[in-house]
Design a binder for this molecule. Sequence first.
Ligand code: MN
Ligand code: MN
Length: 471
Amino acid sequence: MILDNKQLEKFITYERKSAWGNNIDASMEYAEGYKRFIAKAKTERECVREALSYAKEKGFVDLNDKIASGEKINPGDKLYYVHQHKCIVMFIMGTNHLTQGMNITAAHIDAPRLDLKAVPFYEEAGLSLLKTHYYGGIKKYQWTAMPLAMHGVIFTKDGKRLDIAIGENDDDPCFFISELLIHLSSEQLSKKASVAVTGEQLNVIVGNIPIDDEEIKQKVKFSTLKLLYEKYGITEKDFLSAEIEIVPAIKPRDIGFDRSMIVAYGHDDRVCSYAAFSALCDIDHPERTCACILCDKEEIGSVGSTGLNGLFFENIVSELINLTSDEYSELALKRTLANSYVLSMDVGCVLDPSYSDVFEKLNTAIAGDGVILEKYCGSRGKYDSNDANSEYLYKLCKLFNDNNVIFQTGELGKIDAGGGGTVAYMLAKYGALTVDLGVGVLSMHAPCELISKADLYSAYNASKVFYNIEK
Ligand code: MN
Ligand code: MN
């Protein structure tokens, strides 16, 4: 067949394609489930709780029970493992031996926020306030002058654990960090944005009514503490061991006349987390064992017991091998991990038309053109990036094309404009083929972030076909 130039152009050139196409209804419908999830999952602990209840409904059972009983695991088994209330791993056992490798998705469920300090309470200028220490990469000036909610866990003196979420219901009180009035801001406005508001100025206002008692010195602080004691049985000392996170008291909302986008707190990286685990829950009887890791601490370097730089995932896979017909050995563990395929699922950036000078347009993803496949991220010449290989990229491109998954490539902005990392290299270190894939976000790390519903649905479809990828 002889092609004319127009036909030939279509064949030999690459162009991004909108992910909306025939997917409008499906994208809208899928987004409703995500909105329900993200409205309730505003901390890593709450993400675990919500993902767990979703998985349990789909028939997943606790791997810990199998570990305790020593009962063997069989193909088709659906298992979950919760690590320290802040990570969850879900597995669907395949018919293949584990040592032939798994299909693993990894996303993170922590998000930038403000944490309360250990001794947070003080009183000044007729107000009761709380000191915070920010978590993750934030523009500090963005966290002032809006309603805030308080989430977390606190143990009372007698060991009773309280899970707190105040500020989410319409009749809940909220909290507030003041912003300097414009009328007195001439000095502040001449400062660099990075120091215009400092970390020590992110103090949360929580009360104003003083106790009517001359004997008490700090009258407003006392009233606040008294209220907490009477209502929850909490004392100031209990905050020494508490984990309380201050987050925007904002519900997910549709954006656009066409309702095509969602604004919410914490899309990074709960949007990929949701796509990854909801897709896993829709898989049945895979050949290769499928795993979905939702981990903590990515925003501060994946450190600690619940970060992916730690060993929790490796430990769980060891338990899994021990409970299959394979004999556990270090070699079996190494083979299982090295033969695995990994999607490091984390959000990417899309071209922001109002700040287009920091992007290189040819290689920046576009909102609505599908999930982003990122060969590398990092900074200063791909430093700290995973830089996936061509064989694996080809395999995934083919997989997505064969299954009508609309995807695009992307980079994190112009060379040397900044940069960022993901958990990709932490699983790649085992020798596993690994690449970054994720939903594009506008206003990443701002208190409210924006995504396209088409990109979310594309991430779900990409995860789903990935779980069925064969050797
Ligand atoms: Mn992220
Ligand atoms: Mn992030």
